[in-house]
Structures are given as structure tokens and as C-alpha cells.
Write a protein that binds this ligand. Structure first.
Ligand SMILES: Cc1cc2nc3c(=O)[nH]c(=O)nc-3n(C[C@H](O)[C@H](O)[C@H](O)COP(=O)(O)O)c2cc1C
Length: 253
């Protein structure tokens, strides 16, 4: 299975919700499990645990069944949700690159048994498996992404090619709660504060969403031959645009 070249996948991936319920073979599952163990974090000091579980452990709440789920657990520390978004988006791209479908799933809940199986906090599920219709695995063109225009998510000029990957990143309820400032050398990522109703629905997911967008940006910057580092930039925090919360910055050299 391909584990590195994810840049082209960013432009065609999509959430898959209709699965072929046939189980993935054990050899492939082992490879997936090993890949999950190799996901790169933003923060090395936050403990995480990713378990591949069957639907038995998932209260699906209206969502269609998938043959397999990743149950995502994390230590609760500053930045842990952004860290989870950043890490598990690598898995989303890994699945899509290798002919499998996946979908971040915030709606389902873990069974008590699953919840009690880890010392860490349960965060979210990712459903995965073979897509019911293999033809539907990928988008055929970027025009199929229903997303805000770049002008609504950044004030940076001259870095459109790079920022495009953040623009088309997935987010809970497709809310795209992100804004980017900076330049070709550093991109500061902010989350947008949602309105009252949205806040009730998606508050937990906003930092995850921004982590997902940062994952895409890092992959693109490295694809363009840059060395990257995720940093905390005090000035960027102080200069947060109105109604936005500073998350982290991506330094590129
Ligand atoms: C944190 C998070 C939680 C999500 N939860 C669900 C969910 O519970 N059910 C669902 O059908 N899709 C869920 N999604 C998928 C989004 O609806 C989807 O990513 C978004 O609409 C964009 O579509 P795309 O992934 O096909 O590009 C979630 C996505 C994210 C990032």
C-alpha cells in the first residue's frame, strides 16, 4: 500500500458512506494497523490510541454501517483535538490513495465496552472499508468540491496553489471553520468562531477540522520541496483577526 505520496489524492478524495460490508483481509488490516501506528503527530507529548473495531462497538445513530471503524482516543491536553485532525487526516488520505473508502464520523457513539477499553478519552470514529461502488471512490474534478472561495478563507496573496489544498479539505458538516494569514514562508491557521446554533453542533469538531487543513497544507508544502515545521507564533496569536482563534502556524523553508 502507498504510504507517502498523498498530494494528488487531496484533489480527488471524498467521504465514502456506502460500503461493501465484506471484511478487509487480515494481511491488509495488519498493514492498515501498522500505518496507524506510524501517523505523524503535531505534538509528540500527547498520548493517542487508534483501535480498529467492528460495527458491534459502534452505536451508529442513523449512519449506514461500515465493515470497520477506527476508534480514536487521545490524552486530553492543550491542542489534542487539532493533533487528532492532523493525524487521522493522514489515514483518510492513505485509504483513498489505496482504493479504500473512509469517512470521519462524529455522530456515532462508542459502546460502554469500547469506551472503557482505553485510559484515554474517546474522540471520534473513522469508518472505512471497500466502497460499495468502486467507481464512486474519487471525485473526477475539483469542481465537485462544494467549498468557500479562497478569498473567504485567506488574505494571503501569491500562494493560491498551496492554499487550495486547505480550501478543499473536509470538515464536520462541511463548515470549513478556518482562516489563514501569513506569506510564502509561514502560514498562520485560525479557527472561525461559529454562530450560536453551529456552536452547539460542531464546537468539538472545529479544532479537528483545522488540524485536517494543516495536514493538507504540510503535505502540499513538502510536495513543493519545502521543509516544514509546525510552530506556535506568539505574534500571530496577538494579531488574531476579529472573531478568530489562533491555532498554530506552518513554517516553510
Ligand atoms: C470531524 C468530522 C466529523 C464528521 N462527522 C460526520 C458524520 O458524523 N457523519 C457523516 O456522514 N459525515 C461526517 N463528516 C464528513 C463531512 O460531512 C464531510 O467531510 C464534508 O461534508 C465534506 O465532504 P467530503 O469529505 O466528501 O469532501 C465529518 C467530517 C469531519 C471532518
Amino acid at each position: 500500500m502507498e504510504k507517502t505520496e498523498f498530494y494528488p489524492t487531496i484533489f480527488k478524495r471524498k467521504s465514502i458512506r456506502n460500503f461493501d460490508l465484506t471484511l478487509i483481509d487480515d494481511v491488509t488490516l495488519k498493514e492498515i494497523s501498522e500505518y496507524l501506528d506510524s501517523l505523524k503527530p503535531i505534538y509528540n507529548d500527547i498520548k493517542t490510541e487508534f483501535k480498529i473495531v467492528s460495527p458491534t462497538y459502534v452505536k451508529r445513530r442513523m449512519m449506514k454501517e461500515a465493515p470497520h471503524y477506527i476508534a480514536v482516543f487521545s490524552e486530553v491536553k492543550e491542542g489534542y483535538l487539532t493533533n487528532i485532525g492532523f493525524m487521522l487526516q493522514q489515514a483518510d488520505l492513505f485509504f483513498s490513495t489505496n482504493g479504500l473508502g473512509s469517512c470521519w464520523q462524529g455522530i456515532p457513539a462508542p459502546t460502554k465496552e469500547l469506551l472503557n477499553s482505553s485510559n484515554l478519552e474517546f474522540v471520534i470514529f473513522i469508518a472505512f472499508g471497500k466502497p460499495k461502488d468502486p467507481e464512486s471512490l474519487h471525485r473526477r474534478s475539483t469542481s465537485e468540491f462544494k467549498r468557500k472561495p479562497l478569498s473567504e478563507i485567506t488574505n494571503i496573496t501569491g500562494a493560491d496553489e498551496l492554499l487550495e489544498v486547505a480550501r478543499i479539505a473536509p470538515s464536520a458538516t462541511n463548515s470549513q471553520p478556518w482562516f489563514f494569514t501569513g506569506n510564502n514562508g509561514i502560514i498562520h491557521a485560525y479557527s472561525t468562531k461559529p454562530g450560536f446554533i453551529k456552536r452547539l453542533m460542531v464546537k468539538k469538531y472545529i479544532p479537528i477540522d483545522v488540524g485536517i487543513a494543516i495536514c493538507h497544507l504540510k503535505i502540499a508544502a513538502e510536495h513543493f520541496g519545502k521543509k516544514t515545521e509546525i510552530v506556535f507564533d506568539k505574534t500571530a496569536k496577538i494579531n488574531s483577526p476579529n472573531g478568530h482563534e489562533y491555532i498554530v502556524s506552518l513554517k516553510m523553508e
